[in-house]
Design a protein around this ligand. Structure first.
Ligand SMILES: Cc1cc2nc3c(=O)[nH]c(=O)nc-3n(C[C@H](O)[C@H](O)[C@H](O)COP(=O)(O)OP(=O)(O)OC[C@H]3O[C@@H](n4cnc5c(N)ncnc54)[C@H](O)[C@@H]3O)c2cc1C
Length: 557
């Protein structure tokens, strides 16, 4: 065997050494104390694609091939040799395996169940670091190279973009073929008896075909929520997996609480759509929102938090000393305490045909993915706050020209000085103050935009991409007034709750609400959904972690 001698999809990656580190004999002995040692025989399939409860192997002798196997083909992805280990982040996330592992040279392995592997990474900091780093690097490479069990056949439609965003934000590797650009697509459609009108389609492991699936259908099919018990009474149920919810999950799970996170879409929330967060402590060169979210998601699961994807909370019920979070599919999850971290959603201009351009020319985030769509084109960024400034500066690197449309008369009151300076220093960004969009036109995709400036003059220009960075409204509709809200719909907590709020909510305790506690005892609100929040990743993370100390107190009452 020699990993370098054989050409595999991952062997040429720049970070191959980080993905496939070699363990010391002392480290292997420590891992072995958590599992069993057993022989392996050439040709034996240790794990197959789609398998759940995936075991973890450290090779003592022999060789294992990592293969992407589908009904269409088998492709060698990597080769694992002595003192190396198997697995990718799916193991930590509790998702089904994406690859087949087949023994290519007989030998011996240390084998751990998923639970044993979890116990190992929670107790052995040195091994945890080596394993987690490798598993994250493997997943990043798989996503970058599109090495996974999903093939998406799509077009430039909004539905295709939605599916791409959902898979990308959930860190699920996929390969995408475009009906209009890739030559092999017609053959593939014929093979699966599909008509072009039926795309986008998701093909899993070369077998199952999902036609224009909802995010929930994709999550269910790919096993994102497999094994999560709906009936079990948890110490804390966290609603929302943005920075605030994920931070609460990391702290609660690492402090021994039984945690379930419910996320309507994908982990990361608004931060997940940020191209580069430059003001988060400890990242002097910035970090993309997706990377931060992916790391936090893995971290929460490493400590044992469960995360339910593509399931929205639809109601908060109070039932005899416990709460119930009813999901949009009708299931109710019981909880001793609840942390609400549902954040906020973007404001949209009130244009009748607006919805038809969402994802087809109108975007709420400006990441690498959206930037690719407008390479060399003219774009509009709407908004006067930091997110708009970041988007304008980022898009100016790829777009021919960026029009920054601002409703107010200047940026100084709403945007950080450093961003204003960068915008002023970028000749391809043009600021248009006291200006707003009055019409969007196009057939299937945005083609033309009309805007009105402060003088009342209307300009019409052929522009195919509009990035809306215009602020957000609290995601509190699902609470149906169960907790006290401020006039703008954000949740009141702690000192913000007046005696009238508490009387209206029939606050039952002698003590006042804790910091971050809502008008219901044991129900907390953190991050952008909370009244008085400061709309920053760091503050959302801080509030999520602080809330956990009050969750402990509420549980002890
Ligand atoms: C484009 C952009 C760039 C930004 N850049 C920066 C930056 O550089 N620095 C910075 O400090 N801040 C930045 N921000 C702000 C920062 O991202 C937010 O302050 C932060 O994400 C708030 O975190 P949160 O967890 O409170 O809420 P959110 O991030 O809004 O997350 C809420 C989560 O709850 C989920 N949810 C909503 N309703 C339900 C429901 N009923 N059931 C289940 N789940 C639900 C949502 O899907 C979402 O995932 C940026 C924001 C945007 C939009």
């Amino acid at each position: 065997m020699s990993e370098t001698a054989r050409s595999t999809l991952l062997s040429s990656a720049a970070n191959a050494a980080l993905m496939f580190p070699v363990l010391s004999s002392a480290q292997i002995a420590r891992i072995a104390s958590h599992g069993v040692i057993r022989p392996i025989t050439r040709g034996e399939v240790l794990i197959d694609g789609g398998q759940t409860n995936v075991p973890f192997f450290v090779l003592k002798a022999g060789e294992i091939e990592v293969i992407r196997a589908s009904a269409l083909e088998e492709i060698l992805v990597a080769v694992v040799g002595p003192a190396q280990f198997t697995g990718d982040i799916s193991m930590i996330l509790g998702r089904p395996a994406q690859m087949r592992l087949r023994v290519s040279d007989s030998g011996e392995v240390v084998q751990l169940t998923r639970d044993q592997m979890h116990a190992l990474i929670q107790t052995d900091a040195e091994i945890s670091e080596v394993l987690m780093r490798a598993l994250i690097h493997r997943r990043v490479a798989m996503v970058a190279e599109g090495i996974g069990d999903v093939l998406l056949i799509g077009s430039g439609s909004a539905a295709t973009l939605r599916i791409k965003q959902f898979l990308t934000r959930n860190g699920h590797p996929f390969k995408c073929l475009d009906l209009d650009r890739d030559a092999d697509v017609q053959q593939l459609l014929a093979r699966f008896h599909l008509e072009p009108a039926e795309i986008p389609v998701v093909i899993c492991r070369g077998e199952a075909v999902l036609k224009n699936p909802s995010n929930q259908e994709i999550a269910d099919y790919l096993g994102f929520n497999k094994g999560i018990d709906h009936t079990h009474l948890r110490d804390v149920v966290i609603v929302g997996a943005g920075p605030a919810g994920l931070a609460a999950a990391v702290y609660a799970a690492s402090e021994g609480l039984d945690v379930l996170v419910i996320e309507a879409s994908s982990p990361g929330g608004q931060a997940g759509s940020s191209s580069r967060i430059e003001n988060y402590l400890g990242f002097p060169t910035g970090i993309s929102g997706r990377e931060l979210a992916g790391r936090a998601y893995a971290q929460a699961q490493k400590f044992g938090a469960e995360v339910m994807i593509a399931k929205g909370a639809a109601e908060l019920a109070c039932e005899h000393n416990a709460y119930g979070v009813r999901l949009d599919d009708g299931v109710t999850i019981p909880a001793r305490t609840v942390v609400i971290a549902t954040g906020a959603r973007y404001r949209r201009p009130s244009l009748a045909n607006f919805g038809q351009f969402e994802g087809a020319g109108v975007y709420y985030s400006a990441t690498f993915m959206e930037a690719q769509l407008c390479n060399g084109d003219e774009v509009i960024v709407v908004g006067g706050a930091n997110s708009a400034g970041q988007a304008a500066v980022f898009l100016a690197q790829v777009a021919r020209h960026v029009h920054l449309l601002v409703r107010s008369s200047s940026l100084s009151a709403s945007m950080s000085r450093y961003l204003i300076r960068r915008i002023e220093e970028t000749p391809t960004i043009q600021i248009k103050t006291r200006t707003e969009i009055v019409a969007l036109e196009g057939n299937g995709h945005l083609e033309r935009v009309r805007w009105r400036d402060g003088t009342g003059a209307v300009t019409s220009q052929d522009i195919k991409h509009v990035f809306l960075m215009t602020g957000a409204e609290a995601n509190t509709g699902w609470l149906n007034g169960r907790v006290a809200l401020d006039a703008k719909g954000f949740i009141k907590t702690g000192w913000d709750l007046t005696q009238e709020d508490l009387a209206a909510a029939r606050w039952p305790l002698d003590r006042s609400p804790y910091l971050l506690e809502t008008s219901l005892p044991g129900v907390f609100a953190v991050g952008d959904v909370r009244c008085g929040n400061v709309k920053r990743v760091a503050s959302a993370v801080g509030e999520g972690s602080i809330a956990v100390s009050f969750v402990h107190r509420a549980l002890a009452e």
